[in-house]
Write a protein that binds this ligand. Structure first.
Ligand code: A4P
Ligand code: MG
Length: 200
């Protein structure tokens, strides 16, 4: 438990662009969608992440229904966040997320447009990167209630951009956001163990 907090609340200077392969780190993943059956698709994505040998789901937030942000003329979203323990470096974790999105019929059209599933690497240990292919912390995450409210469920004391996630969550406009589950077990109910899928 302590190790997780150390990993997502860096106490040592972050090394830009570096990550340790051998050790496991805690990463935070944001999930969202507004096409098809988003809770089911998000649950399948979590099941596929957990089925990977290199990723274990540690904690999942409650499931939320959220008003569309950025491009507002589209259906409301479902959103959640998860903390995972992983041996994958940030690039490998992003690749796994993109593979899972493809398997779940993600089609890329408009930026910020409708999607069956979106998996964002929000945080990865103390890794920092501002490269367009992989920006960590995820760009604009602290401005978005659909990220900060679920993330505050599972990592309120983690610090991003000099402020705790709990404080970011109370700063953002969370009007309209509604919790649809009492706890973070919603995804286990959606995916029967027998239907567990592998990512590759
Ligand atoms: N990329 C760079 N860094 C990352 C990262 N940390 N995690 C690159 C994931 N991807 C990252 O992403 C485009 C490329 O960004 C990836 O190929 C990867 O190399 P994308 O998912 O195809 O594009 P996108 O999601 O349309 O754009 P963007 O800017 O990532 O949008 P967001 O930030 O994901 O926002 N409103 C509500 N209520 N709920 C939502 O979930 N989502 C969006 C999309 C807009 N409005 C929303 C929601
Ligand atoms: Mg995205």
């Amino acid at each position: 438990m302590l190790k997780w907090w150390w990993n997502i609340v860096p106490e040592a200077p972050a090394r830009a662009g570096s990550a340790t392969r051998a050790a496991t780190v805690i990463a935070a993943i944001g999930l969202g969608g507004n096409l098809g059956d988003p809770p089911k698709t998000m649950a399948r994505a979590l099941g596929m992440l957990d089925a990977s040998n290199d990723v274990d789901i540690r904690t999942v937030s409650r499931l939320f229904r959220t008003p569309p942000w950025g491009k507002t003329d589209q259906e409301w979203f479902h959103n959640a966040c998860a903390l995972v323990e992983t041996r994958l470096d940030p690039h490998e974790l992003l690749r796994l997320c993109l593979d899972i999105e493809l398997k779940l019929d993600r089609v890329r059209s408009d930026r910020w447009g409708p999607r069956t599933i979106d998996l964002d690497v929000l945080l990865h240990g103390d890794f920092l990167s501002d490269h367009a292919d992989l920006t960590v912390p995820h760009p604009r995450m602290t401005e978005r209630a659909f990220v900060m409210v679920p993330l505050a469920d599972i990592a309120p004391r983690a610090v991003v951009n000099l402020q705790s996630i709990a404080d970011w969550a109370s700063d953002v406009d969370s009007e309209g956001i509604e919790a649809l589950s009492r706890d973070g077990n919603w995804w286990r109910d959606e995916v029967a163990p027998a239907a567990a899928e592998t990512p590759a």
